[in-house]
Design a protein around this ligand. Sequence first.
Ligand code: 13P
Length: 254
Amino acid sequence: MRTPLVAGNWKMHKTPSEARVWFNEFLDELGPVPSEAEIAILPSFPLLPLAAEELAGSGVAFGAQDVSAHDWGAFTGEVSAYQVADLGAKYAIVGHSERRKYWREDSALVAEKAKRALEAGLVPILCVGEELEVRERGEAIPFVVNQLLDSLAGVEPGDPARLVIAYEPVWAIGTGKTATPGDAEVMAEAIRSALATRYGEGFAEGVRVLYGGSIKPENFAQILAGPNVDGGLVGGASLEVASFVALSRLAVGL
Ligand code: 13P
């Protein structure tokens, strides 16, 4: 069975000293991390060594918000998946809608990033999601399925535990609007069936499909109730210890 995952994407927030306080308070408030769910924090690059130090032995995983499409070389400002993996990170987000939008990352580039992440031993959390006008035209499912398949071109994780897909409708990110639990489930199911076509039924059954977009403690339980929804990628509500503890508890059914 798939282990639920709740992952906090901190985006470009927190100084190292703020992050240290957050890690300590979070681990104190959460208590022992149960084995029925996985919790991960995805802070910005300068905070990763601190995450490695503060989360060591806690059972809480960490990862990066992006990695370079290149492995090594003269690429000023880029960060290699191998550098991230060497710190003990488990995950790397690739294809977040903010990168697709503000840095014009297309799905071909996202696929290269996913490949570098896998080669370095990281699990890519590959994000897909439609803009509002696509949903209003009734084209959300084919759009997301195409974006997913393009972003997986040449990507061979081998083991379904080595791939996570996050469905994040762009219009729900940071807006306070969430997809209905029904819409999240319908999309997660469409994603799983596209994965089945691409990699086979058995593989698709093992891949975790997350929902992301204005998740809060008040709406997470309904979203998680969908049988194809295996957790959440959380932005704003991961910045506060209390709300991320609450979300972590919901994910593990405490
Ligand atoms: P919010 O939870 O702030 O809407 O952000 C979602 C997101 O983009 C997570 O990657």
